[in-house]
Design a protein around this ligand. Sequence first.
Ligand code: MN
Length: 297
Amino acid sequence: MRSIVRRCVVATLDGSGSREQRARAEENRVLIETAALKGPTRQLNILLAEDNPVNRVLAQKLLQKQGHKITCANNGKEAVQLWEQNASQHFDIILMDVQMPEMDGLQATGYIRNKEKQFGQHIPIVAMTAHAMKGDRERCLDGGMDGYISKPITPGGLAKVIEEVLTAAASLTAAPEAAAKGETMDEELLARFGGDADLLRELAELFIQSCPKMLEDIRDAAHKHDAKALERAAHSLKGCVGNFFSQGARETAQRLELLGRSGDLAGAEELAHTLEEQVAEFNRALARNIETVQQPH
Ligand code: MN
């Protein structure tokens, strides 16, 4: 199936036709390959927040053509309301314009992330922004968004970012289960250490040993409302877990680091507690995994 798809695509990408035609062929290629790799596209329940009517209708139609169900919001405030009303129905993903009246995309995302903390949930949010300014991407990701697409949007670009963000979200939830079975995580982990099982074991042991002190520093700093110390300690832990596979713990550490940098430590102690649980769970999985990594002969 995939080889047939590829041959068709090559035929349209052989350099003939106008620039627009070739660009369209390239977009189709991304769409087709995504479909070929993943099988029939799952229908997603998407919340789309965009204040510009032309952009909104375009995104809506493109997503509908890809088989998804779209609910539209005209600004961040509406998006937040729809998200809260539909909590039981579960949107699969939110596409969020950044610049909007009433409540902008970053404010709406902040609100949603804050509410989600109570339930330990995380809906994937993709930022849509008009200007691909330097630092835009970081600002969106630091603001709690999971992905980023710059306007004007294209069908291929939309499909690609949605796929990426959902794949990342799925690996987050799938990781503990895979680790429990001693599968997947071995390969993922080993790959991160260039396939060197000894190096992995050595660094995993070092990490497990140094965790209590790092977590204690974070807990202390949050408790004493010491923003600078919190930023430093969370940054250290983030750097450590980032070497392994624990995206959940890394993300929480990053949120703590950003709280420290902002100087507003509201919710920091609660987050520190979440981080401790995530690190503990990760360490158990890590310990199980390094046992299963084969000893060299
Ligand atoms: Mn806008």
